[in-house]
Design a protein around this ligand. Structure first.
Ligand SMILES: [Zn+2]
Length: 175
């Protein structure tokens, strides 16, 4: 017969470090909400280009990017029942309807707060790194300027050609 020890009792009071970040929108670190950035070419020409920092999605630049944030907090967790047990990993419910892995619960509010604060600090660092990446990514803008300029020049040539054709036909029609 298999035996195991339950490491807690129903009614035990523990603390859970908050670990549910929420999605927040922050201003785009590249265009700061302007949707366009100005690129100055080597010859001094300036171009307003759609921001790629916040514009990689289907809808184009949004002026904001999404990040995860949470306030450090500790949740009072009175164990109400066992939800599941797998490889001695217990998942438990609290009397207020919360749910947690038992090994995430700690004895005191101070401990839970300390863990939560550390998680928040880690999250902040992650956010800073992702802002840096976003900025680095936006360096492709100079490539965009060249690409769009080439296209514009191309279309201008075509337009000129078509206009010439159309005018010629119009003059012929007037005679
Ligand atoms: Zn942007």
């Amino acid at each position: 017969m298999e035996t195991f020890t339950v490491p807690f009792a129903i009614g035990d009071v523990k603390w859970l470090p908050a670990h549910q970040p929420r999605k927040v929108e922050v201003p785009c670190p590249v265009c700061f909400g302007n949707l366009f950035v100005i690129v100055t070419l080597g010859n001094g020409e300036e171009f307003a280009v759609q921001c790629e920092g916040c514009g990689l999605g289907f809808n184009g630049p949004q002026g904001t990017i999404q990040q995860y944030q949470y306030e450090p907090s500790a949740i009072h967790f009175e164990i109400a029942r066992v939800e599941s047990m797998h490889d001695t990993r217990w998942r438990v419910s609290s009397v207020t309807g919360g749910s947690a892995n038992y090994n995430e619960l700690v004895e005191t509010e101070e401990e839970a707060l300390a863990i939560s604060r550390q998680k928040c600090a880690d999250q902040q660092e992650d956010n800073m790194r992702s802002l840096q990446r976003t900025r680095a990514g936006a360096q492709r803008l100079t490539w965009s300027v060249r690409y769009h300029n080439d296209k514009i020049a191309d279309l201008e040539r075509q337009l000129e050609w078509h206009l010439a054709k159309a005018q010629k036909r119009t003059r012929n029609a007037q005679r």
